[in-house]
Design a protein around this ligand. Structure first.
Ligand code: PLP
Length: 402
């Protein structure tokens, strides 16, 4: 019986992407033709030199336990590549590897957040943030995302810029002595927005007035199409209170390999190391060998994938803005668009269900990402241009019938 389970799991809900994927698969099993725009997963294969390194590592016997915080070689490779990209220097002792970015993030939150601590998080935002905060006994404090003020971007026609950062007035009103942690995610899932330097400086100034830590989820940091994604960790006084989360799933198309990492002060790494020790044990050794090959090998496929996403983003936004009733900002990063569908007068969950059932297009309700996602849909464009085109045509027809 549900009531017999611990309170920390009673309120856990499935992640929208997995729930919709399961429904879409069930429809496919009945013979329906479904276009998948729901899951945040690159459609490219893992670059062949990375896959070969992993396969060779299995043959060479890299099939045993490694230290819980990761193999020495991978921690060194991460420190040597992730630091310079951000204009920072990291020691391997500040790096902790996990089976995906999610476990690294989960353990960092468990290590920092005590029952009753407040954690500020983006709304709309990645659903695992609020779930993990609750498991830790913390209190999620969602703060609305808004277009930043940092770069003076103008609306395109009647389409406003994509939400990139916290609504700063709301953020400054919510942060205070009870705030233990502030979660940032730039480029953002689900909006694709990228926080600009001036916005990060204002955020950092507010954080420095408190004892709060920052968890900066930078997993989409290499999927940027305009400018760069600066990290808050590079601002004065921030590095010693910032956890950077990054990984291989998106950049190297390695979602199923399960490999990610956190970069944080070495004392915190020691605590996270213990949580990993007593939960996952360690990350697969051959996967970590493949990770070293990813970071230290040829990066040209990363650029090819990024260029392809840029073309798809432009096309997706143009197609969606051609559908009466949809207004879609042009996001600067990640591989999602987050169009405004409020004009249809239905909840975003209703619309997502309708588009799956009626048009065979699987996408996510913005409300899966928080209350402020209501009225929006999240669409992943990490799929072929033909499928994107077909999906938008089907959506246009179905929406016209409303
Ligand atoms: N953070 C964000 C914002 C994501 O969108 C995802 C995956 O969808 C993750 C973290 C998790 O990545 P990983 O596959 O490395 O666990």
């Amino acid at each position: 019986m549900l009531k017999d389970f611990a309170p920390r799991v009673r309120e856990l809900a499935p992640e929208g992407a997995y729930a919709v994927l399961a429904r879409a698969k069930a429809l496919e099993a009945q013979g329906r033709d479904i276009i998948h725009l729901e899951i945040g997963q690159p459609d490219f294969p893992t670059p062949s030199h990375i896959a070969a390194a992993g396969a060779e590592a299995i043959r060479a016997g890299h099939t045993r336990y490694t230290p819980p915080a990761g193999s020495h070689d991978l921690r060194v490779a991460i420190a040597e590549t992730a630091g310079p990209r951000r204009g920072l220097q990291f020691a391997p002792e500040e790096v902790v590897v996990g089976p995906g970015a999610k476990p690294a993030m989960f353990c960092a939150i468990m290590a920092l957040v005590a029952p009753g601590d407040e954690v500020i998080l983006p709304d709309p935002g990645f659903p695992s943030y609020s779930a993990t905060i609750r498991v830790a006994g913390g209190v999620p404090v969602p703060v609305r995302l808004a277009p930043g003020k940092g770069d003076g971007r103008q609306p395109q026609g009647d389409v406003p810029p994509s939400p990139q950062t916290f609504d700063m007035d709301e953020f400054e009103a919510r942060i205070g002595p009870r705030t233990r942690l502030v979660i940032l995610n730039s480029p953002s899932n689900p909006t694709g927005g990228v926080a600009q330097p001036a916005d990060l400086e204002r955020l950092a100034a507010a954080v420095r007035r408190t004892d709060a830590w920052v968890l900066s989820d930078e997993i989409y940091t290499q999927q940027i199409y305009e400018g760069e994604a600066p990290t808050i960790a590079a601002l004065p006084g921030m590095r010693e209170r910032t956890v950077i989360i990054d990984g291989f799933s998106k950049t190297y198309s390695m979602t199923g390999w399960r490999l990610g990492y956190g970069i944080m002060p070495a004392e915190l790494v020691e605590r996270v190391d213990l949580l990993l020790t007593h939960s996952v044990g360690c990350t697969a050794d051959f996967t970590q060998v493949a990770g070293v090959a990813a970071l230290c090998g040829d990066q040209s496929e990363v650029a090819v994938m990024r260029d392809s996403y840029r073309v798809r983003r432009d096309r997706t936004v143009a197609l969606l803005n051609g559908v009466p009733g949809i207004r879609c900002p042009l996001p600067e990063g990640a591989f999602y668009v987050f169009p405004d569908v409020r004009s249809f007068g239905r909840s975003s969950k209703w619309l997502a269900d309708y588009l799956l059932d009626r048009a065979g297009v699987a996408l996510l309700a913005g409300s899966d990402f928080g209350a402020n996602g209501e009225g929006y849909l999240r669409i992943s464009y990490a799929t072929s241009m033909e499928l994107i085109q077909a999906a938008v045509e089907r959506m246009a027809q179905a929406l016209a019938a409303l």
